[in-house]
Each structure stands twice: as C-alpha cells, then as structure tokens.
Design a protein around this ligand. Structure first.
Ligand code: KG4
Ligand code: ZN
Length: 347
C-alpha cells in the first residue's frame, strides 16, 4: 500500500428544523448533495400571516421520521452507511429546534456515530461552499434572513468576525411585515421581490438608515414604520397606493443600504470576494444591485441557488463536515439554544 493514499469519504446525515421547514439531507465530503429533502410548512402557517411556533413544533414531530427516511432512500443509503449525524441546535424556535436535536441524538446513540451540532447561521453561510470551489478566504458574507442581518468576515471554515448586525428588525422580517401591510401574504420576501419587478423604485421617497459613518450595523424598523405610516395615511385619505411602486421603492431602500455596507466591509477587510447567505439572498433586486456595485469595484459576488438560500438541511451538512474533520463533536446532553450567536458554541 506504500505510496497509495487512502482517501475515505465522509457521509453525513443532516437535520434542520429551526423554523418552518422540516429538512434532512445526506452530504458527501461537505460538498456533494446526495439528497436534500425539504418539507415546507408555509401553507399551514400562511393563514395566520406568520409562523405559529406551537404548530411548527407539532408539524416537525409528524414529519421528521418520514423526511429522514426519504433523505436516506434518495441517497440510496441506510443508517449503517453514515459516518455522523448533524443537527441545527440554534438559533431558532425552541420547540422546533428540539425536534431535530432529539432526532439527531437518537440516531447518534443508536448508530454509535458522532453527533455534530451546527449553528443555523453558519449553515446559511456554508450553503456557498456546497457549490463553489473557487472561494478563497478571507471572504465577506452578507447574511440576510428572516431573523438575521449580519455582515461577517470569514477567515477560515468556522472562523468568523461579525462586523455589523441589525439593531432592530432583520431584513427578512422587514420584507415580511411590509408584505403583510400590503396584504400580500406570507412569506413576504418573494412576493415583494416579484411585485417590485413591475414597479418604479423612485416613486416613493423612503428613509434609508446608514447610521454613523463608520458603522456597519443595519436598522430597518424606521423604514418599515415609514411604509406603514404611508399606507395608513393613504387609507385615511382614501388615496390609492400603487403597490408595485411601493414594493419596488421599499426593496430599493433595503438593498441600497445592504449593498453600501457590504462594499464598505469588503474595503475594510481588503478581500475581493463577497458571498450572500440566508433567505433574502434569493432577492433578485439585491443580487442585481450588489453585482453591479461589486463590478465597479472589481469584486466578485457569489450566492447559492435559491433552494439553498432558504432553510434546508444540505447547508447544515456542509457546515458539519468542517466540524467533523476537526472531531468537534457534541455530547448527547446537547440542548436547543434559541438565542445562539454565530461563532459561539454551547455544548
Ligand atoms: O433563511 P430563511 O429561510 O429563514 C430564516 O433563517 O429566517 O429566510 C426566510 C426569510 C423570510 O423573511 C422571507 O421573506 C425572506 O427570507 N425571503 C426573501 C426572498 N425569499 C425569501 N426576501 C426577499 N426576497 C426574496 N426573494
Ligand atoms: Zn434560515
């Protein structure tokens, strides 16, 4: 065997149940997606205008075993083929997280394989590494989801520095609240994105919070309130609002600030690559304007395909791989951590 390097592949089952998607995936060597089953609960929560945590937990319990089985079947594997099991343990809804954490622990114990605890935000970031082998550290990642808006410098797998974060609403939260006020439904981001394509983004003057000159933090609650006030005033005066124009103006106000600060972050760290992560990374307006601004500055932008931007277990399997090779395993006493921060470990 001398001179022959034996390269073992690592097969991980990953589970994601932090919010309203029940998902399980099988990932080979942190890159190759053998399966990625995503069962969305969106139709169930839609009639309430947002996620109802208790319903989400109960639905995860109903779905989890079937979703895991489907992920293994699609990958043509059994539990015996697994090298480890990875699970999102925070941040997210505590009851929802507990379903995935319990399933992961049970599989780890029954199979005698390592348990890998993954931060949901780290998962979103790692969605970029599933498809792109041209990325080089350091990178700047703009993480924009329903619960987070962070500008993160990434120095290596698992080595993060938060350069800026939202001081109030997350970008996705602002999209969802404005969409609800416009009567568009839930989740609001994709609906505003679609409507904005038909609108004039200069039609309504809306505030953009750039905050202090050096700050890379965000604030979207003022913008959200401005849209709600505008709608209330129009309603009281019986004036018509052009929904597409308002959607386009709102989206532009959000993306202008996101793009401006992301370019500033890149200049501060001195990197040439930007990656996008989280549900709002699916936004066409954001992708286009970041691409345009980055090109002017000779910076590359990349993002996962839409299905990997929103919640999915494949991204969790990718993040878990880099922990697996460092033998960073979690004990069976692992608990759900609803307020877990990026870069923090609680096990
Ligand atoms: O990452 P994600 O699936 O869940 C969290 O971790 O929060 O993000 C969900 C968020 C929701 O607020 C949704 O409205 C937003 O991502 N979103 C979008 C788009 N697709 C999803 N926001 C803007 N434009 C989109 N195309
Ligand atoms: Zn998410």
């Amino acid at each position: 065997m001398e001179g022959i390097e034996l390269v073992m592949s690592v097969i991980l089952l990953s589970i994601e149940t932090s919010c309203d998607e029940t998902s399980a995936a099988v990932i080979k060597d942190g890159k190759e997606i053998l399966s990625n089953i995503i069962t969305s609960q969106i139709p169930i929560h839609q009639k309430f205008g947002g996620v109802v945590p208790e319903i989400a937990s109960r639905k995860h319990i109903e779905l989890i075993n079937g979703v895991i089985k489907e992920a293994l079947d699609e990958a043509n594997l059994t539990f015996d083929d697994l090298d480890g099991v990875a699970v999102t343990y925070g941040p997210g809804l505590v009851g929802a997280l507990l379903v995935g954490v319990s399933a992961g622990k049970a599989i780890s114990l029954a199979q005698g394989i390592p348990l890998i605890a993954v931060n949901h935000i780290e998962g979103h970031i790692c969605a970029n590494f599933l498809e792109n082998s041209t990325l080089e550290f350091p990178l700047i990642c703009l993480v924009v989801s329903g619960g987070h808006s962070d500008l993160v410098a990434i120095y290596d797998y698992g080595k993060y520095e938060i350069l800026g974060r939202t001081r109030d609403d997350a970008a996705g939260e602002a999209f969802d609240k404005v969409a609800r006020a416009l009567g568009l439904g839930y989740p609001g981001g994709p609906l505003i994105d679609k409507l904005a394509k038909e609108g004039d983004c200069t039609a309504y003057q809306l505030p953009k919070a750039y905050l202090e000159v050096d700050s890379l933090d965000f604030s979207f609650s003022g913008l959200k309130s401005a849209v709600l006030n505008l709608l209330n005033k129009a309603n009281m005066k019986n004036e018509e609002i052009n929904q597409a124009d308002l959607a386009a103006s709102f989206q532009k106000a959000v993306t202008d600030v996101l793009v401006n600060k992301t370019i500033k972050a890149v200049k501060r760290i001195g990197t040439k690559q930007i990656i996008l992560a989280g549900g709002v990374a699916a936004n066409q307006g954001l992708r286009n304007s970041l691409q345009k601004e980055a090109e002017k500055n000779n910076i590359e932008v990349s993002y996962p395909k839409v299905i990997l931007c929103t919640d999915n277990a494949a991204m969790i399997g990718c993040a878990a791989y880099y922990k697996y090779i460092k033998e960073d395993f979690a004990p069976l006493s692992l608990n759900a951590c609803p307020n877990l921060k990026l870069g923090e470990e609680r096990y």
